[in-house]
Design a protein around this ligand. Structure first.
Ligand code: PRP
Length: 215
């Protein structure tokens, strides 16, 4: 039975393709793709398509994709009707609380405003600290929020820290460590169990190999 795999566009794309290739999957077309969004590896009978992170969960939950590769940041923000099967240990970054240098939003008394692309993650974090917070949803360039006075701080992902630094912000806390995960549609897990488990164990082998190489 063929497998459909939803891959997240952008940040994770290259590392995920390299990992699949190392695991013996034919992703040559993915690496030289131009603007195309669907690719097939006829030998392995796997179809890949490239989607935005949030849509990866949507395709999985609707059963259009059997398997998805998506960041834990996206999984923490929404959706739950899937199985999270494997940490690929790539695309590693952190969810952080940031603010302007010398203006720690966590030390501010009373009501604070937090800008973020991840309102659920931010809401849960501040609720656990019992803080009075107003979450302001921003679609991108989140670091601009405190610079322009829209908010007192941000909850965002940080990879190299360059964007924060170049905009005069610093990290005040780590909310969670994140990396790319493999998720599986619940029905596919039953109906295509053999194919799904082969795909996952092929990737798991590479995760272990990388971990051993890093020791
Ligand atoms: C993400 C994130 C930060 C930046 C962090 O944004 O929201 O802005 O990357 O990366 P760094 O620590 O390596 O500098 P993205 O590039 O996805 O763009 P966007 O804010 O426009 O969504």
């Amino acid at each position: 039975m063929s497998l459909s795999v939803a891959l997240t566009k952008g940040r994770l794309e290259k590392a995920a393709a390299e990992m699949l290739e190392e695991a013996g999957y034919g992703v040559e077309k993915l690496k030289n793709k131009g603007r195309a969004l669907v690719f097939a590896d006829t030998e392995k009978d796997v179809r890949y398509f490239l989607v935005k992170a949030n849509d990866c969960i949507t395709y999985i939950e609707h059963g259009v994709a059997d398997i998805g590769i998506v960041g834990k940041d996206t999984l923490m923000e929404g959706g739950s009707d899937y199985y999270e099967m494997l940490d690929l240990e790539i695309g590693k970054c952190r969810f952080i609380v940031g603010g302007l240098k010398g203006c720690d939003p966590l030390q501010k008394n009373g009501h604070i405003r937090i800008g973020t692309k991840y309102p659920e993650v931010a809401r849960r974090y501040f609720a656990s600290r019992g803080m009075d917070v107003e979450i302001i949803r921003i679609e991108g360039s989140v670091e601009l929020g405190p610079v322009l006075g829209l908010c007192d701080g941000i909850v965002d992902i940080m990879e190299t820290g360059t964007t924060l630094k170049e905009n005069g912000l610093e990290v005040y806390d780590t909310v969670a460590r994140i990396s790319a995960r493999v998720i599986v549609n619940k029905a596919s897990f039953k109906l295509k169990r053999k194919e799904v488990m082969t795909f996952i164990s092929d990737l798991e082998r590479i995760v272990k190999k990388h971990a051993e190489g890093n020791q």
